[in-house]
Write a protein of this length. Structure first.
Length: 325
């Protein structure tokens, strides 16, 4: 299949591209390199350096490559930043997403896999979260993702664009080629490993007074390969129907303190911690149920153990101490 991946030079997007090429698909990476890295683009993928808001260039890329499906990974995704700068998130997540839908409509591309977020549920009443549970985002990041999901529903009805929306939380881990490297870095797994590697002095935990088993937030952590495989698997339903799926690690999730302890065990090094105030918009517990996608599509994640996830990220960091480039 000929697949265009928006944000394909980013952390998760680059692994999606790597897995697509491994499966024999023809891939176009569409990325403005605002957060992505040229060095993360898998050999064999065509690269178009352009912005999603450039609808004409996007439409041309879809037509020129004879794209059959799009996997939409490009987005801003920092909860705290979205609260402070909502305009940025509405522009880059929603307006740019509408530009993609318009370009797909004009180019007659009818298949779309969307990298959404379980943040659309807000502060859920029960755990784990199921797809039928009510949505109620507590921050602009989740709100803009949910707004784009709504747009996809109406574009499907009016223009026949089938979609799969995948809602998940924290991707982590690495392949031998692609790992997590952001500037600034805000994700807990790379942060604690950078402390272990001597790149940072300490890691800050945002709040230790949540109503959880040790006072720190509880989250899902999914290996980036398992996440990529779910996106590729979702392509198989498109053309017949649309669907929304949660992706989670199962079980009780992991607290931030547990992540730190696992990183200490994996690296064999001390990881100093300081505790800061809570971040705006952060719910205490977020764990998603993956039973629907397992049942309907046969998704079978291979790296559910957080220790394996951290081990892969630590190996990659030691082999790439200067990052992607």
């Amino acid at each position: 299949m000929r697949v265009l991946v928006t944000g394909g030079a980013g952390y998760i997007g680059s692994v999606v591209v790597e897995e697509l090429i491994r499966d024999g698909h023809d891939v176009v990476v569409y990325d403005n390199l605002y957060k992505g890295h040229r060095g993360a683009i898998t050999e064999g993928a065509e690269f178009v350096e352009a912005d999603l808001l450039d609808t004409d260039r996007l439409r041309a890329a879809l037509r020129e490559s004879q794209t059959e499906a799009v996997i939409h990974m490009a987005a801003d995704s920092l909860v705290g930043e979205s609260v402070e700068h909502p305009a940025k998130y509405y522009r880059n997540n929603l307006v740019a997403g509408l530009s993609l839908l318009e370009a797909m409509r004009d180019a007659e591309v009818k298949r779309l896999v969307f990298s959404s977020t379980a943040a659309v549920y807000g502060e859920p009443e029960k755990q784990p979260i199921e797809e039928t549970d009510p949505t109620g985002p507590t921050n602009p990041y989740g709100e803009t993702k949910l707004a784009f999901e709504s747009a996809m529903k109406w574009y499907e009805r009016a223009y026949g664009i089938h979609y799969a929306s995948l809602r998940y939380f924290n991707a982590a881990g690495a392949t031998s080629q692609c790992g997590e490297w952001h500037d600034p870095e805000t994700h807990i797994v790379p942060l604690v490993l950078q402390v272990a590697a001597g790149m940072r002095e300490r890691v800050e935990i945002y709040g230790d007074d949540y109503p959880t088993r040790d006072g720190t937030c509880v989250r899902d952590y999914i290996h980036v390969i398992d996440l990529a495989r779910a996106h590729i698997l979702a392509l198989t339903i498109l053309g017949a129907r649309s669907a929304t799926y949660n992706l989670g690690c199962g079980g009780e999730g992991y607290t931030v303190n547990q992540v730190v302890e696992i990183a200490r065990a994996v690296t064999g090094r001390d990881i100093p911690v300081t505790v800061g105030p809570r971040r705006a918009g952060d719910p205490a517990v977020l764990i998603a149920s993956s039973e629907r996608i397992k049942r309907e599509l046969g998704w079978a994640p291979e790296f559910q153990d957080l220790r394996k996830i951290v081990e892969s990220a630590w190996l990659w960091l030691n082999e790439h101490p200067s990052g992607i480039e």
